[in-house]
Write a protein that binds this ligand. Structure first.
Ligand SMILES: [Zn+2]
Length: 186
């Protein structure tokens, strides 16, 4: 068995922190965990270049922290915070979501304990992944894989764990490229 060791000294890409976008405090009932894998999502909503990353994150946090009715008719509970740990916007900017120390949330049937959740803005059942988003996804995943010692085979997508189309065929088709980039340290 080949072991996987990333070269040290991988630098984090620029990340807009919670303080930078004006996050409210994490809500009650946040559960701690340690990161064992990285799981990729799409927002499932069309890309919107008209709003800033900061504005989107504030909106996503407000929605996350309240109870709401979903399109499926199911009720989503109030979550402690944004369900994902990092958000990659349409312009490639990266924002910090829920702090990685806390387990994320989901409306689907899988347990996200141990998963570092990265979400990319767009509905990749019908939209294209933009080059700036791909670059940010690659850099962020490489840094996270190095930081949390996650081997490439544990970098997967939401649909590898749950009944969902997330992250859409367009982004899912890039998962092999993503794992290869991490293997090569690119
Ligand atoms: Zn997802």
């Amino acid at each position: 068995m080949m072991s996987f060791v990333l070269a040290a000294g991988i630098l984090a890409p620029p990340i807009v922190s919670r303080a930078d976008w004006g996050a409210k405090p994490v809500g009650p009932k946040a559960v701690g965990h340690s990161i064992r894998r990285i799981t990729i999502h799409h927002t499932g909503v069309k890309q919107n270049p008209a709003r800033t990353l900061e504005d989107k994150l504030r909106g996503l946090q407000s929605w996350s922290q309240r109870e709401d009715k979903l399109a499926s008719g199911k009720t989503k509970p109030a979550w402690p915070d944004i369900p994902y740990h990092y958000y990659i916007a349409v312009d490639g900017r990266i924002g910090e979501g829920r702090e990685w120390q806390y387990v994320g949330d989901t409306n689907t049937e899988y347990d996200p304990t141990g998963h570092l959740l990265i979400v990319v803005e767009g509905d990749f059942t019908q939209e294209k992944l933009l080059a700036v988003q791909w670059d940010s996804l690659r850099q962020l995943t490489l840094w996270c894989a190095s930081e949390f010692r996650v081997p490439p085979h544990r970098i997967e997508a939401h649909l590898d764990f749950a009944q969902t189309t997330c992250p859409g065929p367009e982004l899912y088709s890039r998962m092999g490229d993503l794992r290869n980039a991490i293997r090569l340290g690119l």
